[in-house]
Design a protein around this ligand. Structure first.
Ligand code: NAD
Length: 350
């Protein structure tokens, strides 16, 4: 039986990856390693928590003694690494935490994996999940390819770039079987409502102002999270050691256009007059160092491994809105307590 440690499995994307692997590969033993920060939530995995091939371990990837002991005890065959501090705004407020989790935590996992596998990398794999933000910002034209030079601008993207470099260094220096994928913005169920789409859905639902940075001119490529989880599955099982794949939806949207689309879907779902939700859009002072445009070229993944997105943005957005409206309890639990304070610090007086 193959034993896989999935880090960050209680987070947004991680929970979709854990669910997919637990359900689709009963022959694998899946260990979800997560610190349960504000972004980690075991309620994301309620439906699979009793599966015989699933186990949760609470722990911090920054704690090297704990990580070494876990690897010594469990002797995993593979790691799929998603644990990270993931929110750009929080990285601007507290960059050091991002260096610790994203860089030091990744190096700790690589070190423990190397120690466990002791030079025998046959049938092992260290898969690092990363972001397109490491490539920096684009003008009106062009797309990020796997050959684009790194040019991160935020503390978040700088820390993810650092972790990517360490993963490649462990492959090139020690021969570890590593794979990296760099993905565009994800959306879908179980997304913490500090990020644009779930925050907007929550605010529209509650008839609260919907904050949009600057004039909403920033452009992002959006991918449905379950398509990302499927891409991770395909890459994990088929990529050659030491390779990198870009993952994206070929689906660029200006923030303001995306929010307007979301407003019209919400009007329909909530039985409001067309145009009602759009009145909630409120422009706020732009994020410092806000990258203008990200666009990802995922041709390599399509040509070599046959992966393409499964659904359109409109379909995915509608599914996402339905999920948030049907899972009020999940949303209410999250948006009580600390979230209120974070929200006040981030958006009030902006
Ligand atoms: P998330 O913030 O929703 O989840 C992160 C998870 O990591 C949480 O469960 C948290 O508890 C856990 N974690 C944080 N610090 C930890 C630590 N020190 N030790 C152990 N666990 C810790 O993030 P996400 O949006 O699901 O992103 C997952 C990964 O995918 C990240 O590496 C991120 O950089 C990458 N990524 C995200 C996106 C996106 O759009 N969200 C796009 C591309 C890549």
């Amino acid at each position: 039986m193959k034993k896989i440690i999935i880090t960050g499995g209680a987070g947004f994307i991680g929970s979709h990856v854990v669910r997919r692997f637990v359900k689709n590969y009963p022959q694998y033993s899946i260990i979800n390693l997560d610190k349960l920060t504000y972004a980690g939530n075991l309620a994301n995995l309620k439906d699979i928590e009793n599966e015989p091939n699933y186990k949760f371990v609470k722990g911090d990837i920054v704690d090297i003694a704990f990580i070494n002991e876990l690897f010594e005890t469990e002797k995993p065959d593979a790691v799929i690494h998603l644990a990270a501090e993931s929110h750009v705004d929080r990285s601007i407020a507290n960059p050091a935490e991002f260096v610790m989790t994203n860089v030091v935590g990744t190096v700790n996992l690589l070190t423990a994996a190397r120690e466990t596998w002791k030079g025998n990398y046959d049938k092992t794999r260290f898969y690092h999940v990363s972001t397109d933000e490491v490539y920096g910002s684009l003008g009106e034209d062009g797309m990020f390819t796997e050959e684009t030079a790194y040019d991160p601008h935020s503390p978040y993207s700088a820390s993810k770039a650092g972790s990517d470099h360490f993963v490649r260094a462990y492959h090139d220096t020690y021969g570890i079987d590593t794979v990296i994928s760099n993905c565009s913005n994800n959306y879908g169920s179980y997304h913490f409502p500090e990020k644009l789409i779930p925050l907007a859905i929550n605010n529209i639902k509650n008839s609260k102002p919907v904050p949009v940075y600057g004039k909403g001119e920033n452009i992002r490529d959006w991918l449905w999270v379950e398509d990302h989880a499927r891409a991770i599955d395909v890459i994990f099982h088929n990529a050659k050691p030491g390779t990198t794949y870009n993952v994206g939806g070929h689906n660029e949207w200006k923030n303001i256009d995306l929010i307007k689309l979301l407003c019209s879907i919400m009007d329909k779902k909530l039985g409001r007059e067309p145009g009602t939700s759009a009145k909630l859009i409120t422009f706020v002072t732009d994020r410092a160092g806000h990258d203008l445009r990200y666009a990802i070229d995922a041709t390599k993944l399509k040509n070599e491994l046959g992966w393409v997105p499964g659904i359109t943005f409109e379909e995915g957005l509608e599914k996402t809105v339905d999920w948030y409206l049907e899972n009020e309890g999940w949303l209410n639990d999250i948006t009580s307590g600390h979230y209120q304070q974070y929200y006040a610090d981030q958006y009030n007086n902006r």
